[in-house]
Design a protein around this ligand. Sequence first.
Ligand SMILES: Nc1ncnc2c1ncn2[C@@H]1O[C@H](COP(=O)(O)OP(=O)(O)OP(=O)(O)O)[C@@H](O)[C@H]1O
Ligand SMILES: [Mg+2]
Length: 392
Amino acid sequence: MDPSDASRDHLRTLLLGMEQVWLEAECARYEFFLDVIRQSPLDVAIISLDADPQKAMQLIAQLAAEAPDLALLAVSGKNDGQAILQALRCGAREFLTAPVQLEEMLTALQRLGRNRSNGEYTSGTNGTPKESLVVAVIGSRGGVGCTSIAVNLGATLAQHPGRSVALVDLDLALGDADVALDLVADHTLADIALNIDRLDMTFLRRSLAKHATGLSLLPHPIQMEDAGLIREEHLQRVIGLLRASYTHLILDLSKSFSATDVTALRMADIILLVAQLELSSLRNVVRMLLALGAEEALAERIHVVLNRVDSEADISLRKAEETIGKRVYWQLPNDPKLLIEARNQGVPLVALAPRSKIQQSFVGLAHALNGTEDPVSKEPKSGWGKIFSRSR
Ligand SMILES: Nc1ncnc2c1ncn2[C@@H]1O[C@H](COP(=O)(O)OP(=O)(O)OP(=O)(O)O)[C@@H](O)[C@H]1O
Ligand SMILES: [Mg+2]
């Protein structure tokens, strides 16, 4: 509901670009809007205040009384605190500043549609995620297992029919998530960076390649020199948009601590810091915990994951935890034969060896991240968290 043609056009373009939205009706006169909602069963009504704030407030109050289940979203470009307060008091559930940005609209609609009943991250009935989880995977040195973890965790999470999972390869120069999934994508992060001004959900969704496991992949640029095209603000938009339309977002980071890596870390809900039970990796975990820990918000999101646990040369878990001064969140067993086969074939473990110990460990990790199991506060009975550790 917006009497101004210009701002109504803007809202229309925005809404038509969103896959999960059906635009049922448009209205240019406050007086006619009640008739519109009587004729159409709506979930959300967007009401612009600026053409006539008094009439708009009156309409919001009437709608709130007449259709209490209808979620009302007020929009104004005037940044007037009193008007915002009044709109909310009249019954609006959300307020957005005009001109409305796509991410803001998506997040507002997500909040309106949110109905978390069991704490799981799943899609709502209309395909909109009720809540999304962004997991960044970062390594304590090269070859520690980040891509293997990102790909296999992603494919495992994607097994649940209620979830939509996307993996973004942020190892911009040397990433190989596309190899691990044997996917050739039509688009990469470079195309998105080049088209950032006309980026909408349809374009973004089309840019992701879908794997048979259900996992979607946004690959790193094909040309190495194109890695430089991707700037922090591009990534902020991409992560913002993807988190509004996928239930789980996995970010496979580079080992260079670049500006894009730091942006991704800041936008993640959970940071999996991957290590192995050997000196150089553990020493870097200490250094990284110090560096990242300087930002309080980041420190509490970091979870240390030990990969390839079981080799004879391993430092003991107790000693590792003493060294890094933090409990280990998860342990994944060493299985070089299976991992090499998976990488060479480009098939995730969930398809290649669903009953293997390592895949079962990924299932456990997926549960833990979804909040259905907490390996730190709960001592695992025969759990994957402990079963693979060795003490010397
Ligand atoms: N749990 C494991 N057991 C045995 N081998 C593993 C395991 N995890 C990873 N590997 C092997 O270790 C090698 C490096 O793994 P991966 O590419 O996942 O690491 P990375 O941290 O992403 O490396 P890079 O620094 O190149 O990005 C691969 O050959 C992979 O097969
Ligand atoms: Mg990698």
